[in-house]
Design a protein around this ligand. Sequence first.
Ligand SMILES: [Zn+2]
Length: 677
Amino acid sequence: MHFLGSYNGSMRTALLTFGLFTAVAFAQKSPGFDPVAIDRSANACVDFYQYACGNWIAAHPIPADQSRWGRFDALQERNQEILRQILEKAAMPAPNRAAIDQKIGDFYTACMDEAGINAKGTAPLKPILDRIANAKDRADVTAVMIDLFKDGTTPLFRFGPSPDAKNSSQEIGDLDQGGLGLPDRDYYLKTDEKSVELRKQYTAHIQRMFELSGVPAEEAARRAEGVVALETELAKGSLDRVSRRDPSKLYHPMTLSEIESSSPAFAWEKFFSGIGAPKMAHLNVDVPEFLKSVDSVMAKTSVDDLKAYMTWNVLRDTAASLPVAFQEESFNFFGKTLQGAKEMRPRWKRCVSQTDAQLPDALGKRFVETTLGAEGMKRTQTMVAEIEKAMADDLKSLDWMTPKTKQQAEIKLKAVLNKIGTVEKWQTYDTVTIARDDEFGNVIRTNQFEVHRQLAKIGKPVDKKEWEMSQPTVNAYYEPQQNNINFPAGILQPPFYDNAMDDAVNYGGIGAVIGHELTHAFDDEGRQFDAKGNLRDWWTPADAKAFDERAACIVNEYGGFTIIDTTKINGKLTLGENTADNGGVRLAYMALMDHLGGKMPPPRDGFTAQQRFFLGFAQVWCESRRPEFSRLRAQTDPHSPGNFRVNGVVRNVPEFQKAFGCSDNQPMVGHPACRVW
Ligand SMILES: [Zn+2]
């Protein structure tokens, strides 16, 4: 699902989830496997993560502008530096600059002009704030909301194109819950001390943002209360994250008149035609219950509070393009309070990220030209083919699946499309004006361009070649509705992939990532889609039951791990990712053994190929987290923290026990050893 706006509701299952403030401090290129990172005082069979990563963690405290610091953050940082060089070069106003360099160079220049942005103050906001202020009734509020949507701000709910879950080659309109400023509905509903305190801090933050926009303190406080009350209503009608993992709970085709009768207080037809959505015979409503919350908000909230809520949405979404006081206030809550970062990222990093977000294909094209080598591409393609073969072998060998379901699984596996570091058709931005002295306008215009582009997809065939991540991104994903695995150029670098490293290390790094994404096709969510990406049950009841039993082992295993304080991993929320981590390592290991064909290379740095495979895998996940960040992610992240991504997996893999000579009663040997794939 391609949603517009800041909240990522996509069905895709990515390797990592990045937060609002993710960039990092200066980093050297780090090798695929680093013997210096190893803590040799630790026992690999007692705590493999500590063994593989202990020295790295001790030597790399979290930089002040970070809430998490790991080896993949270091890679993200390196990519940022490459992007900075590209942007600074493109920013030089040479007479015959290529059009693409004018776009990214001038966008970056405008963003970097802090003095110019400060000098304008809130003037760029004035037209939209005036429109909100002048709204007299609910109809006026809806008209304002239409304008906001076209500018990239999405109050109340999310709407955009998405493949029809049961006819995945067709894009339809998709209406989903949304409208919240906090990262999850539970933040509004939980009554424990920390949650209550956080809501107070959130309310105070909204108040300060109103004050910065010129509202007197008392009035700002009143409005902030109204905003939080309204968002709480929306939270009450929102579906929780674990339930949202089940795609059948998110599929409810409805006609426009059905939507209107379920939620008569909102002028749906006016809204859809106002934003320029194509005519829709039906659209998918992910959470029908949520429509009732929208209805009650529109019917019962005072016009003043609705206006305050619209204003808050604008302030929050445009803070990054406003004077530095807005950026600092936004950082103080979303970066510091919620995630524990100590300092705001330097401006150049924020501007690199913003250019990447707003002009992804222009900057991404230059990045791919600069970084992606032919050798890396070729070795990665070989690995993908080998890992897909390992999955096919694995399927054949399963004792718990009947031939009938196996055959369907094989058909699905064969149909998986691989996309590796290349884009066939780059999006161009010829129609978007980018001015060197208009940061605010540049962001709004690129938003308008993207909103228009997304809405135009509705009613058209799905373009499976389109990417949902920019190429500099250090991440990867599987898209169940398209049945494809996607590896942007940003991740095809050390520590994930290293030309200078042996196969064992690369199969442990990027190989396990490839296996991870492929396994998503067969995790608790992915398995509900068929070879074509349609939501269709191709499992016999007995096989589905056998799958659930194996999955339950993973739920129990990870559910026993403590993240912070007394908070344990949510085993159900993280099931898909943990399944993928386990499957990924097994498949990559099988592929490596096949690749080596029984000829084990001599030990390197004192480690056998088998040991280097597991060390290469573990060292990708070396990281530290601030406590605030850990608490946030415990509620929202479908991925386990790095230490459990490593130890949770190796406990289940007998080849690990063999490689490191662990005895049966040591902690890194699981009882039971869970295995789905
Ligand atoms: Zn994943």
